[in-house]
Design a protein around this ligand. Structure first.
Ligand code: OVV
Length: 397
């Protein structure tokens, strides 16, 4: 499984060659030590489960306020105002996280079960009528692009910029390569359009955005901060879920025995969705910046240095997982790091899982087989793993 590298130091985790099949490269980095130096970018990288977990949870040493991409905000200012939750440390992070955690609480999400299920049933009707579909466009994009902006309470107009915005945000965390440049070309058109739909006047009074603006009414943040937090929902919540659903479809198609288990017991649809997130890690990486010296074995990371965390590699570390490369819908996935860990663990996790659960429960009841008609096409991104095309034939149950 391992690939030979003349030198681990030469690895470029943002190259097409790496992104096409990152997993053997992850194994090589894990085997090389608890932390490795990637000379091309002058950064450190952690690829083992324990070290990714440590870097995530020791937020006082490994800070987010200098950016969670390769760029250090302290020396090179970001192209968009920093996120006040993702790119923030306590005490600011503590305050903003509380606001979004409440806006997205299980109680707040409960009311979405019914509309999400209705959309899932209607989608399955349309899919089965056609039989042959593109799982990327017709399922992975179509479903979240409808239910997520509805849940936020976005107006119907303006939503079309959301995919290009996500592409921009997640490519931005990487180096200034072609992926970065191409995605950023959309910024002048997309960024103002995004800001325009983060205004209280345009969102519905009963969506998740309204919950965030209610925190402003309660004196917990300024109006501008509430708008910034709505922007965070739009940045973080759509592409990630699109790619999660795409990855799950590919897992189910490649492992029909596992899909049969879900069909036999649709109540495991949510767990199966989570296992596909462990295996594929739609969010592959994030960076931290050392705010003080830290030791990994006998290697010192110095104040100011960037550390790249390979979530995807932690999720397949054989030091942590039994049969790590196998898709097993009965696996206990609770410890996976696909949603992060510690104070920066995904605040929208429950919303994402609700979308996956409801969509794949509807699939499990009505679709006997998810057949891959041809190799799916990966969509390269500096942070995300997803697919631009998944040719499928869906067989009715
Ligand atoms: C987790 C995440 C990803 C991308 C953007 C943001 C958060 C944000 O807060 O803007």
């Amino acid at each position: 499984m391992g690939v030979a590298h003349d030198s681990i130091a030469d690895i470029d985790p943002f190259s097409d060659e790496f992104l096409r099949d990152p997993f053997p490269h992850h194994a090589a980095m894990r085997d090389a030590g608890p932390i490795v130096r990637l000379e091309r970018y002058g950064i450190w990288a952690v690829a083992r489960y324990d070290e990714v977990f440590r870097t995530y949870t020791d937020w006082e040493t490994f800070i987010s306020s200098a950016g969670v991409g390769i760029t250090d905000f302290r020396t090179s200012p970001p192209p968009r105002p920093p996120s006040i939750i993702l790119e923030a440390d306590p005490p600011l992070h503590t305050r903003t996280h509380k606001i979004l955690a409440r806006a997205l609480s299980p109680a707040a999400l409960r009311s979405f079960r019914e509309p999400f299920a209705r959309e899932a049933e209607a989608l399955v009707d349309r899919l089965l009528e056609r039989g042959v579909v593109d799982g990327s466009r017709d399922i992975a994009q179509a479903y979240p692009l409808k239910v997520f902006p509805d849940a936020i309470g976005l107006p119907p107009h303006g939503r079309e910029v959301l995919p290009a915005y996500g592409d921009m945000v997640f490519n931005f965390f990487g180096p200034h390569n072609e992926l970065f440049t191409e995605a950023m070309a959309a910024a002048p058109a997309v960024s103002p359009a995004i800001m325009a739909i983060c205004e209280r006047a345009v969102v519905s009074p009963d969506g998740l955005a309204a919950n965030v603006f209610a925190a402003h009414d309660a004196g917990e943040c300024t109006y501008a901060e509430a708008g910034m937090l709505v922007r965070s929902l739009l940045s973080a919540g759509l592409d990630t879920t699109v790619d999660s659903i795409a990855c799950a479809l590919v897992c189910f198609a490649r492992n029909p025995d596992q899909w049969d288990l879900v069909r036999a017991n649709p109540s495991i649809a949510r767990a199966a969705f989570d296992e596909s997130i462990r295996l594929e890690s739609p969010v592959q990486t994030f960076f931290r910046t050392a705010a003080r010296s830290a030791m990994f074995g006998d290697i010192e990371v110095r104040n100011g240095e960037k550390v790249l965390m390979f979530l995807a590699s932690a999720n397949r570390d054989p030091r942590k997982w039994d049969r790590p490369d196998e898709f097993d819908v009965t696996r206990k996935t609770g410890a996976h790091i696909g949603f992060g860990a510690g104070i920066h663990r995904c605040v929208g996790e429950m919303l994402s899982k609700l979308e996956g659960e409801i969509l794949f429960t509807a699939f499990a009841r009505r679709i006997a087989r998810i057949e891959l008609l041809d190799e799916p096409t990966l969509r390269f991104n500096n942070t995300l793993r997803g697919y631009s095309r998944i040719p499928l034939r869906l067989h009715a149950a």
